[in-house]
Design a protein around this ligand. Sequence first.
Ligand code: HEC
Length: 158
Amino acid sequence: MVLFLKNKIVVVAVLLATVLLLAQCSNNEKQAGEKAVTAEASCEKKPLNPNGDSELALLMRNMMSSSQSLKEKIKQGNLPETFPEEFLKIHTALPTDSETKKESFEGFANSYISNLQALYHSPKEDLSKNYNAVISACASCHSEHCPGPLGAINKLKI
Ligand code: HEC
């Protein structure tokens, strides 16, 4: 009887240890997942630049909020107002990390700017189509240069 009890205690102890181990593992996984989400907010894996946000990152944030209000205007069938000249700075704005702008950056930047110009010259019935082409140009560059914000960018489509 005593032996039986002892065995039972061992079994319970092993079970408990297993449960604790499993809980610990899933906790670690969850933490890793949370870290990945934080890193996704920008394309930087490191914490934000200690010297402040880069010129390019600030410009991008501006492009993001401008696209959000553009989307609402276009959904109501309104033509955008004046062309946002400041976005031409995409060519010269300095990134957080000098290696961020790879060789293909200029091509993607040109495609974004020319799609944006086409949008500002488009007839009313093509507004949504031309707006979506601009957002695709954002997404193309991002899939190569900075995949973090891709989810948010794709949500900008009409
Ligand atoms: C030619 C390439 C290119 C195009 C086009 C482009 N991006 Fe970016 N984007 C980048 C790069 C590179 C960064 C990283 C900047 C840095 O870390 O300095 C970035 C960063 C961002 C960020 C994160 C900014 C932050 O807070 O760190 C957002 C959001 C963003 N872009 C949205 C957009 C949107 C919206 C568009 C289109 C309207 C767009 N991007 C078009 C290359 C591009």
